[in-house]
Write a new protein. Structure first.
Lengths: 295, 295
C-alpha cells in the first residue's frame, strides 16, 4: 500500500522537508498560501490542494510547518479538524507549548491526535535530512509517525506524553542559540577593542572548547560579517525569544539573558533589519562598542 | 645537554603541569608558597627552592602559574627579574593583558622577555596534557619555549607579538564559558518550571547542536548537581569575570552578560559558597525561579 501524507507550509524549512517526504516515497499532498512555492513539488508528482481541509485525508497524517502560533491556530479550525478526523497532526512549527496543547484539544473533539515535533537545524540541514527532532505527545500516535520523522531528520529525542514538552525544549534550544551569538558578539567586541581580531579569537574557541555546530556556524557568520542574508530571519527568532520570555514569565522563571536578546533584536528591527539573519544579533554588541562589522 | 626549567606556583593547575615537565625530561626546579605541595615532585627528582629568585637560572626559562594579577606582579620584583636576567618568563596565569605588559617592561630592564601563554582546560586536562594554549609575545622567545608548551598541551594558538593579546583571548574564553553556564541554567530553570526535567533537555542539546566540551562537561555538572566540589572555584572565576568587566570598561565595550555573571558569583559568595565550583553559577537562575538543585 502506498504511504500518503499531507504537508502544510512550504517555507524555508517546510519546502525541503516536503521534498524529503517525496524522496522517501510518500504520496504527497501539499498546501501553501503562496501557490508558486509548490511548483517544483508538483512537477515531481505532489498534489497541490486548494485549502488545508481539502489537503488532508480523513484518518491520515498531516505535517504542519508554519510561521507562528497564530498561523497554526488559524489553520486548525473546525473544518480542518473535522476533515482530519481520527488522524494525526504532526505539529513541527516552533510554537508555544500552550498552542500545541490547544491544538491537541481541538483535534481531540474529532478523534484526532497531535504529536509535537519541533526541529533543530537551518534550511540546509532540512534539505540534507540532518535535522534533530524533539517529540512529545501520545505514545500510540508517536509510533505511527516514526517513519515520517526518519525521512526528515538524523535523530529523534522524545520528551513524553505532554504534547507541550517538545516545544519547551525547542524554545530552550533557540534561547541557547541566541545566547551563544550574543556571548560571542560581546567577547568579540571586547577582543577587538583590545587589539585582537574577532576572527583569531573565535577561530581558536570554535576549534577547541566550543567546537560544536552552533558556535562553529554562527561564529563563522560573525567572523565573515554574514549578517544580511536571512536563513533564519530576525522577525522569526524574535518571535521565538518573545515565546521564551512569555513562557518564562508565565511559569515564574526569571531569565535575564532573554531580556537582553529581545532588546537586541528589537534594536535590529528599529534599524530596519527585518530581512537580516538571526546572526545579526551580533551587530548590537559591536555597534554599542563603536565597531562596524557590516560589510 | 639536559634541559632545565623552573616552575613557580603548584596549585590545582600548576602541579599537574609541573609533573608533565618532569615527565618530559626537564631538570625541574620549583617554588611554591605552600612547601608541602612540592613533596611528590621532589620525590621524583625536582628541586625545591627557597624563593622564586633562587629558583630561576640566569638566562633560563621560568614558567609561572599563580592565582591572580597581584600574585604575579608581587612575584616579579626587581630581585626576581635580575635573577632571570636575559631569560624567558613564560606567564601562564589568567591575568589581565595590562599585567603581562607590565611584567614585560619589568623583565626588559634586565634583558628578559615575557611570553604570555594562558591555558584552557581544567586540572584533569592539565594532567592529561589536553590543555589548549594561547600565546603572544616576541617571536624569538616564542620559538625557544615551543617544546615547553608541547609538553603541557594538545595545541597552541598564537596571537602575535603584543604580550597582552593572549590574555585578552583567555578572558574572552572564560567569559564564553561562564555565559554558557548561565544560559544553560536559565534554559533549565524555564524547562523545569514547564514540566521538562533539565537532564532531558540538556542531554538532547549537548549531544546535538551543543556537543562541545564546555556544554557537555558543565551541562553534566548542572544535570548531576555537581556544584560543591571546586575544580575551578568561584573566587577564581569571579576574579576572571571582574577582569573581563574591567577590560571591557577600560576599552569602552559594553558587555551586558558579564554584569549578570558577576552578580551571580557575588550572590554565590554572599550565600557562603566560596568553596563551590564555577558551575554553581547555575544555582542563581534556579533559586531565582524557586527551584532547589542542591543535592
Amino acid at each position: 500500500m502506498e504511504k500518503s501524507i499531507t504537508m502544510i507550509g512550504l517555507g524555508k524549512m517546510g519546502l525541503p522537508m516536503a521534498e524529503n517526504l517525496l524522496a522517501a516515497g510518500y504520496a504527497l499532498t501539499v498546501f501553501n498560501r503562496t501557490v508558486e512555492k509548490a511548483a517544483g513539488l508538483v512537477s515531481r508528482g505532489a498534489v497541490l490542494a486548494e485549502s488545508p481541509s481539502v489537503a488532508v485525508a480523513t484518518g491520515g497524517i498531516v505535517v504542519s510547518m508554519v510561521a507562528d502560533d497564530r498561523a497554526l491556530l488559524s489553520l486548525a479550525d473546525d473544518t480542518f479538524c473535522l476533515a482530519l478526523g481520527a488522524g494525526i497532526h504532526l505539529s513541527m512549527s516552533t510554537v508555544s507549548a500552550e498552542t500545541n496543547r490547544t491544538l491537541s484539544e481541538r483535534h481531540a473533539r474529532f478523534g484526532g491526535q497531535v504529536v509535537a515535533a519541533p526541529v533543530f537545524g537551518r534550511p540546509e540541514a532540512a534539505a540534507t535530512r540532518k535535522l534533530w527532532i524533539a517529540t512529545s505527545g501520545p505514545g500510540t500516535a508517536k509510533a505511527q509517525i516514526k517513519s515520517v520523522l526518519d525521512a526528515l531528520g538524523q535523530g529523534v529525542f522524545d520528551f513524553g506524553e505532554d504534547v507541550g514538552a517538545a516545544n519547551v525544549v525547542k524554545l530552550a534550544g533557540n534561547f541557547l542559540l541566541a545566547a551563544a551569538i550574543e556571548a560571542m558578539a560581546e567577547a568579540s567586541a571586547m577582543a577587538e577593542k583590545n587589539g585582537v581580531p574577532r576572527a583569531a579569537m573565535l577561530q581558536m574557541m570554535t576549534s577547541t572548547i566550543f567546537n560544536c555546530p552552533i558556535y562553529v556556524n554562527y561564529g563563522r557568520g560573525i567572523i565573515q560579517s554574514d549578517f544580511t542574508e536571512a536563513k533564519f530571519s530576525i522577525p522569526l527568532i524574535l518571535k521565538d525569544m518573545h515565546l521564551v520570555q512569555h513562557t518564562a514569565a508565565a511559569s515564574r522563571a526569571p531569565m535575564p539573558i532573554v531580556n537582553i536578546l529581545c532588546d537586541r533584536y528589537l534594536t535590529a528591527l528599529a534599524k530596519g533589519r527585518e530581512a537580516y539573519d538571526s546572526t545579526a544579533l551580533a551587530l548590537g554588541a559591536a555597534e554599542d562598542a563603536g565597531l562596524n562589522w557590516l560589510k
